[in-house]
Design a protein. Sequence first.
Length: 296
Amino acid sequence: MRFRYSRWDGTQKLDELDAGDVLDALSDDLMNYGDLNAALQRFLRWGSPNMSGLEQLLKQLREARERELGRYNLDTTVEELRQKVQDVIDTERQGIERRLKEAAPEARKLLDRIARQRNDQLDRLPDDLGGRVKGLRNYEFVDDEARQKFEELMQKLQQQMLDQMFQGIKGSLQQMQGQDLSRVRDMVRELNKMLEQRMEGRTPDFNGFMQRFGDMFPPGINNLDDLLEHLQRQMAQMQSLMQSLSPEAREELRQMMDAILQDDSLRLELARLSGFMQAMMPPSELSERYPFFGED
């Protein structure tokens, strides 16, 4: 998102000021102190019941800034993911306990042994987020609700991660199934093939690539250079987002992404793509930052 700023030219629309309201707001101050300039300064700073002064506007800006900082604080995002994973674990434990209470007497002994095994597995999950996700992927759930929560969380995170890499893909990542992930893998493999051909001095079949995968990219990509520029922007944004994390949160997120993206062939192709992009694009472009800062 970009914003354009320009000088005041009279075309900007502001709320109309009523002269009577302004004079009413100034009258008491002027009568008490008899200093018009000071009255105007105080009016500018504090405003009136019907008009905000600079102090109120600054307060609104501070509050808006804090909201935006919270929105883009990725450490908070990692903590939210950790809480969602913990909710899955809590739901599973509650489901195990419920199954034990509802079990018939003849099945209680077997269920009690299974419950101890499952609770022991949950107790031995690592503390870090990535380790917990990996452990739960290999865990056999007892409670259907906990299993569904975990599967939905993994699917959502997988979609978001790939969508961040290939922003603009239409539809396939929004309702990703196994065949959609396979198509993403095929697309990345063919893209790597084109980049390898270019680096070897050969002419890639860009038109053929777009005939197969053009629906996965936004409009306006007319040649391989356009495609590379688009991917470079996405990779730069992802790198900038990762750099904005604390080292601990960055490592947790990296481990979690590895656990989520268990398709080894896709992971390999993405690593190859990253290598090609670093070789073909200036380092300064790949490390472009997208800062978010401000002062009162």
